[in-house]
Design a protein around this ligand. Structure first.
Ligand code: C2E
Ligand code: MG
Ligand code: MG
Length: 671
């Protein structure tokens, strides 16, 4: 180096340019060859050459220098060894770095899967990445540069973005929202973020926008919302949406005074289809039923599925109550046609209850409840028909509701008791045991018959609580009597069909036997035959489990239903209780004596023990003795007795042991 000006010292960051005395010393190692080549080239061709090289300052920082190299060749034959060069260099570090970072940024934007756009504060598009070009249907951003950024969106989002986005960006620095990009043949919903970039003086220099396609997300959200409000099987509005629509309808009629009817529909005999043709057929039936309902209602009406085989129709702007009745008739009629379940014809009729909004106080809930009550009545009347909710039904429903509420508190209010009806050997009068019968002494109205509260308890599910209470109470009491009597005493407890089919009965029985210490073998559970017909598989499993436990089982009210002894024999059952309807005319004219005779004979042949229920007089008793009935129960012996009276009855009989009873007297009379 022969000469360096002061500026070059500033550029390379050294107070003295010297080192090994060569220009190479100032240049980054890997760029030295570049300088050499440039020097040779300029020397040989006599032209200037511009190169960019790096120089490393003593503190390690890299500076980029753009250097113009010129050979100072005095003559053609001058030797390169004696040559001189002139180098003029600029520090271009800033420029190079800026270019590098912008290249990196561009690469990043092009690689992004989101749409990225840059626009100036006037909204003029400065840059759009490849993804953006694709959504907008152009092959190059040049086609769109210079256009207004907001024009890329559909008119609805355009105005919103323009009015909202820029002021917000100016105030907060960013804005986010949703907007629809419009391509040549596709509009896409995007979630959009706009970021403002400010210059040093704080003015907005440009904005960048990042947009992400949320179509798929929207679809998922939509599907989820649909799932939450619609029934998956039939596609009808579900309970939630139905309530929503009904509430809206109530509010509307409140304002307008228009008609509003709620129709509650329950299919008849769906269980038979499920049991005989399988659940798939049952599902198909429900789908087809939904279609039929939709054709019955007009487009204004909401048809929804409450669950199971229950549907609801909300009908507005009817032509008075007549319109509601006509609709109900149409529905009942539509279900009179058989359903074609892939080759099998199924006759499934509909029970429909109709409630009209008549009072200001009627709400969605009361309307639905009223329609349900009317439906219940239609079902009670045999199904395949409709019923209108009226004042009488309202009174009935209110009463029922109050009874239900009172029943819920019966146990804790100590209104629930157990009475005991003796079961005796007819020839000797020996007390073999008792049947426990629930008694409800309702504080406000006095005793309520089991024929009223037991079905109510079954429908409301309270039966499991009441049943468990009766079982425990009776086992505890009977255990004390057993200790007094010094011999095992049998106890029969009624179990409703619902208790039997619901899980948990076995645990309850085990627990009660455990806590009361009552002898397992002395306990009999009485069930009605209907449960064996309706749910044979579950009933069998439960009965088998009870037998494994060592508990005896009896079929109550035999003869009232339609099952035969041959059918009963398929279940693990020990005792058959002949219903009172067959006992009533025993020993008198008519076919009953013959029927009971053959029932007892066949039952014995099949290994059942036979109990006669509701034996009221000596004639019946005498006949039963003759027919060889094992046990009798009825007013002729004793009605159901309160615990103290039952214990007294037991001791009185004990004392007399096997002395002749009324039954034996009757035998002599009959015989
Ligand atoms: P059930 O099990 O067949 O009980 C026999 C019914 O006949 C009892 O009626 C009893 O009082 C009545 N009875 C007894 N002897 C005679 C008679 O000589 N003549 C007449 N006419 N009736 C007689 P109750 O106590 O009213 O019970 C009715 C039904 O309620 C019972 O029929 C049973 O199915 C059900 N029940 C009673 N207590 C319970 C219980 O704790 N749990 C369940 N699940 N059901 C119960
Ligand atoms: Mg019974
Ligand atoms: Mg009975």
């Amino acid at each position: 180096m022969l000469f360096a000006n002061p500026a070059s010292r500033t550029i390379v960051g050294r107070s003295r340019i010297g080192g090994d005395g060569t220009v190479f010393f100032l240049v980054h190692e890997s760029d030295r060859e570049l300088v050499r080549e440039a020097a040779i080239a300029t020397w040989e061709h006599g032209i200037d050459k511009t190169i960019t090289v790096r120089s490393i300052r003593p503190d390690g920082r890299v500076r980029y220098l753009r250097a113009q190299v010129r050979a100072l060749r005095e003559s053609e034959d001058q030797d390169i060894i004696s040559g001189r060069w002139f180098i003029a260099a600029n520090d271009v570090t800033e420029e190079v770095e800026a270019r590098e970072s912008s290249e990196r940024l561009t690469a990043l934007l092009e690689a992004a899967t989101d749409v990225v756009a840059v626009f100036d504060p006037n909204g003029e598009l400065l840059h759009l990445n490849r993804v953006g070009c694709r959504y907008l249907g152009v092959s190059d951003e040049a086609e769109l540069i210079g256009r207004a950024f907001f024009e890329l969106f559909d008119p609805a989002s355009r105005d919103r973005v323009r009015k909202e986005a820029l002021p917000t960006v100016l105030r907060d620095g960013t804005w986010s929202g949703e907007a629809t990009l419009v391509g040549p043949d596709l509009a896409t919903t995007m979630s959009l973020v706009v970021i403002g970039h400010r210059a040093h003086d704080g003015t907005l220099e440009y904005c960048s926008a990042i947009a992400r396609d949320v179509t798929e997300l929207k679809e998922v959200q939509h599907a989820l919302a649909r799932e939450a409000t619609h029934d998956a099987l039939t596609g009808l509005p579900n309970r939630t949406l139905l309530f929503d629509r009904l509430n809206q309808a109530v509010m509307r009629t409140q304002r307008s005074g228009a008609d509003l009817a709620v129709l509650y529909l329950d299919l008849d005999r769906v269980k038979i289809v499920n049991d005989s043709l399988g659940h798939e057929a049952g599902d198909r039936l429900l789908v087809e039923a939904a279609r039929r309902l939709e054709t019955c209602g007009r487009s204004l009406d909401t048809v929804g599925r409450l669950g199971g085989d229950e549907f609801v129709i909300v009908a507005q702007d009817l032509d008075g109550p007549r319109g509601g009745v006509r609709l109900a008739m149409r529905i009942v009629h539509a279900f009179n046609e058989p359903f074609d379940l892939e080759g099998t014809e199924a006759f499934v009729t509909a029970s429909v209850g109709v409630a009209f909004r008549v009072q200001q106080e009627d709400t969605a809930a009361t309307l639905l409840r009223d329609a349900d009550v009317a439906m219940y009545r239609a079902k009670e009347a045999g199904g395949g028909r409709y019923e209108l909710f009226d004042a009488e039904m309202r009174a009935w429903a209110t009463d029922r509701f109050e009874t239900e509420t009172a029943l819920r508190h019966a146990i804790e209010r100590e209104e629930m008791h157990v009475h005991y009806q003796p079961q005796v050997r007819p020839e000797t009068g020996e007390v073999v045991g008792f049947e426990a019968l629930a008694r409800w002494n309702r504080a406000t109205t006095g005793p309520v018959s089991p024929s009223i509260f037991v079905p109510l308890a079954e429908e409301t599910g309270l039966i499991s609580v009441i049943g468990a209470y009766v079982l425990e109470h009776a086992c505890r009491e009977a255990r004390q009597w057993t200790e007094h009597a010094g011999q095992p005493l049998r106890l029969a407890v009624n179990v409703s069909g619902r208790q039997l089919t619901q899980p948990g009965l076995l645990e309850v029985v085990e627990r009660v036997l455990d806590v009361t210490g009552f002898d397992t073998k002395a306990l009999t559970l009485e069930i009605t035959e209907s449960v064996l017909v309706e749910d044979p598989a579950v009933a069998r499993t439960r009965l088998e489990a009870l037998r494994d436990l060592g508990v005896r089982t009896a079929i109550d009210d035999f003869g009232k239903g339609y099952s035969s002894l041959a059918y009963l024999q398929r279940f693990p059952i020990d005792i058959v209780k002949i219903d009172q309807v067959f006992i009533a005319d025993l020993g008198r004219e008519g076919p009953d004596t013959t029927i009971v005779a053959s029932v007892i004979e066949l039952a014995h042949a099949l290994g059942f023990e036979v109990v006669a229920e509701g034996v009221e007089d000596d004639v019946q008793l005498g006949a039963l003795i003759e027919l060889g009935c094992d046990l009798v129960q009825g007013h002729v012996v004793a009605p159901a007795l309160p615990p103290a009276a039952a214990a007294e009855f037991l001791h009185a009989r004990d004392g007399r042991d096997a002395r002749p009873t009324a039954g034996v007297v009757a035998v002599s009379r009959v015989g």
